[in-house]
Design a protein around this ligand. Structure first.
Ligand SMILES: C[S@@+](CC[C@H](N)C(=O)[O-])C[C@H]1O[C@@H](n2cnc3c(N)ncnc32)[C@H](O)[C@@H]1O
Length: 258
């Protein structure tokens, strides 16, 4: 990762970090290819619920209910890291025109195909969300990110994502992000083997997908460059990861532009 010193780590972890560094040959500034391969592997194995679930994430339906309670009027949405499109399809069936972005072409093609079959207004693009978005400045009423931001395991790439979000979200718009807490039952214990503990980086041992874990204050601080947090909660549930049941702890944030 180049952002920490081996000398800072306990001896046992040094071996793991060296192994990780040797495997990861791509530049920190563009890990698209490495991420793409790991996600292709995951979608073949289908170990993570979002890889096989067709129903919208409960947190997205709750965010929509939150908007409705405020009588929110808006029509333009983005789904960042849309996967197989379950949340894009939900938003589109509730009146939004959705721009859906995902690293994998298989996913964006699938989402476009589903949208066409269901006659829903979704435009899907295959692209890294830390590269410039094909979205007009100040045009989005809402943007959602369900377990994508945490997988952008490079702090510069995350900053570029936040800049694109700040550019494209209307001053009246809302951003909803959902990610794993550092106390999550699956990811949390992996912190003891973190190759970069200063960033709370963990590596899924089944498919080698990297994640950053967060506390509530970590994320509020990270987004403070462009956003203020309006609502936050930590939800506990039980769900399977790679065939085993875990107690999951998920952080959900609703933000607007500062
Ligand atoms: C855990 S899945 C969640 C998918 C979807 N949001 C859902 O809830 O069904 C994460 C998705 O983010 C995508 N992804 C990961 N890193 C990305 C990046 N840098 N740019 C675009 N998409 C990315 C992956 O391809 C994957 O489809």
């Amino acid at each position: 990762m180049g952002e920490f010193s081996l000398a800072q780590l306990p001896r046992l972890q040094k071996k793991m970090v060296k192994k990780h560094r040797t495997k990861v040959k791509t530049k920190d500034s563009d890990k698209s290819l490495e991420w793409q391969r790991a996600w292709e592997h995951e979608y073949q194995k289908q170990g993570i619920p979002s890889s096989f679930r067709n129903t919208p994430a409960r947190v997205v339906t709750e965010f929509y209910a939150w908007l409705e309670r405020r009588n929110f009027q808006g029509s333009q949405a983005a789904d960042l890291g849309c996967g197989r499109g379950r949340n894009s399809l939900y938003l589109a069936s509730h009146g939004f025109s959705v721009t859906a972005l995902d690293l994998l072409k298989e996913n964006s093609d699938y989402v476009a195909h589903q949208a066409k079959l269901m006659k829903l207004p979704i435009v899907a693009h295959a692209q890294n969300v830390s590269h410039p978005w094909p979205i007009t400045t100040n045009s989005l009423d809402i943007a959602i990110d369900i377990f994508c931001y945490k997988h952008i395991t490079n702090k510069d790439s995350q900053r570029l994502y936040r800049e694109e979000l700040a550019r494209t979200l209307k001053p009246t718009g809302y951003y909803f992000v959902s990610l794993a807490s550092e106390n999550d039952g699956f990811y949390g214990p992996l912190l003891s083997h973190s190759p970069a503990p200063n960033h709370k980086l963990v590596v899924d041992p089944y498919v080698q997908i990297e994640s950053y874990l967060y506390s509530i204050s970590d994320l509020i601080q990270e987004f403070a460059d462009h956003f203020i947090v309006m609502e936050v909660d930590e939800q506990e549930s039980s769900s399977p990861m790679h065939g085993k049941e875990y107690t999951r702890k998920v952080l959900n944030f609703i933000m607007k532009k500062a």
